[in-house]
Design a protein around this ligand. Structure first.
Ligand SMILES: [Zn+2]
Length: 458
């Protein structure tokens, strides 16, 4: 997810503060799996280990009577404390839709415990190492237990089997093909052809074009499994929201201020840079944080990027912060784009601590600010923790909706266009799932899965 609309972020960098609950349940092999042992009689069985009736934290086992059994995604939710999906039963293959931590975070555990082969796009595999190392580092720094270790991580790096978008491949009795999901570059939807039916797993998706990736296109299927993060909610017009951001930045700069733009590392940072480069190339924009390293992987995998030459121009145009002295120089820029997107730490906090004394400066938030995050505190109380001290911020604060998840209308139109018999709405809170499911009565038949309760569809 990357998340805006979403109660947890996925790319907050290494500075997230986790509080460990004593009651946190860790994996106890053989005890925490809720997976049913009975064989499947017909159709397909979906069993959500996580992400069924919640946003993020995704893991779902799919199987049929041929004995073919796969897992799709295995994430963790970097909440306080972190949440994990239930323990996965033995599988040999897992498909990873994209590299956000709530979809990929627990994959090293799968490899360490079940010797799983991970299937994904080139870009997802390229970015995975950074995401896992970052997760590992955060767990060490913050002291929360992680169910996998360094050895599992190294194993996971060797466990990838890469597939191009559109290329068919086989696992057991099933055939698979990836389609562009439109959520972030490298994110895929998964088309699965079993002997009995065709299923499309939408993953995190958006049908709207965004600066770095084109939108997802419908695929005809019998069963559609789709996120419902934004069920019941419409996004503002994307072009208008981008224009509003640019206008706000220009206004801040013209009064002699600096616009600090905290943004998620995987997707949002790069979108902001492309928006600014296109509309206001005269600005001096500095780029700091984990997003810079992720962008490097994007540049190495241009087949997943919309107009990759545009990204290359942005790469040359934005001034990348590589050292402490670069960071000091950035304080004289017009704009700084950096992590963490929810002001939970990272370079954004370092900058804010220095910029907060000049009221010409502004903080422009570019995503959802989760409950308990620094950004939420800033919006609601005008203060946030800086290096442990609750600090009032007397600057202009604004927020922009630039989500890369489908809104209600996009979900509705996508479901209709895929013409499924059944539609499974997962990855959403109760209200969102009910709102989108209410649009469908009988054709297709909606299902609202619950973690730990198998769902069989024909
Ligand atoms: Zn995502």
């Amino acid at each position: 997810m990357e998340t805006e609309g979403i109660p947890r972020s996925f790319c907050r960098g290494i500075h997230v503060t986790y509080v460990i609950a004593r009651s946190m349940v860790l994996y106890t092999p053989g005890r925490t799996s809720t997976h049913p042992e009975a064989p499947v009689e017909s159709g397909i069985r979906l069993h959500f280990l996580g992400g069924g009736d919640e946003v993020g934290n995704v893991g779902c086992v799919l199987e049929d009577r041929t004995g073919t059994r796969i897992l799709i995604d295995y994430g963790l939710a970097p909440t306080r404390p972190p949440r994990y999906p239930s323990e996965c039963p033995p599988v040999d293959h897992a498909i990873i839709t994209h590299s956000h931590i709530d979809h990929i975070g627990m994959a090293p555990w799968l490899v360490g415990h079940h010797g799983v082969t991970l299937h994904g796009s080139t870009l997802t595999s390229a970015v995975s190492e950074m995401m896992w190392r970052d997760t590992y580092k955060v767990s060490s720094i913050e002291g929360y237990p992680l169910p996998w270790d360094h050895r599992d991580l190294d194993g996971a790096l060797d466990a990838w089997q890469i597939h191009e978008i559109g290329e068919w491949f086989e696992i057991g009795a099933w055939k698979f093909r990836f389609h562009r999901a439109g959520h972030i570059p490298g994110a895929v939807m998964v088309e699965i052809e079993t002997p009995e039916l065709r299923l499309l797993w939408g993953g995190d998706m958006d049908t709207r074009d965004s600066p770095n990736v084109l939108g997802a296109e419908p695929v005809n299927c019998d069963i559609l499994c789709i996120e419902s993060t934004y069920g019941g909610r419409e996004h503002p017009n994307r072009a208008e929201e981008e224009a509003r951001l640019v206008a706000r930045v220009k206004e801040v700069v013209s009064r002699g201020g600096l616009a600090l733009i905290p943004a998620f590392a995987s997707g949002r940072c790069q979108d902001i840079l492309r928006i600014l480069h296109k509309a206001a190339p005269h600005l001096e924009v500095h780029f700091d944080g984990m997003g810079t390293r992720i962008t490097q992987h994007w540049m190495d995998n241009p087949e997943h990027i919309r107009e990759p030459e545009g990204l290359e121009q942005v790469w040359r145009w934005a001034r990348r912060v590589r050292s402490k002295s670069d960071r000091k120089k950035a304080l004289d820029a017009d704009v700084i784009v950096t992590t963490s997107g929810m002001l939970d730490g990272g370079p954004a906090i370092w900058y804010l601590n220095r910029l907060r004394h000049d009221s010409a400066n502004a903080v422009l938030l570019t995503g959802y600010q989760a409950e308990g995050s620094g950004g939420r505190s800033l919006l609601e109380k005008g203060s946030l923790p800086i290096f442990g001290n609750l600090t009032p911020i007397d600057l202009e604060i604004d927020q922009f909706q630039l989500s890369n998840h489908a809104g209600h209308s996009e979900l509705f139109n996508f479901v209709r266009a895929c013409e499924p018999r059944h539609v499974v709405f997962f990855h959403g809170d109760a209200e969102a799932r009910a709102a989108i499911a209410a649009e469908f009565q009988q054709s297709p038949t909606p299902s609202l899965p619950v973690n730990g309760t198998p769902l069989e569809l024909k």
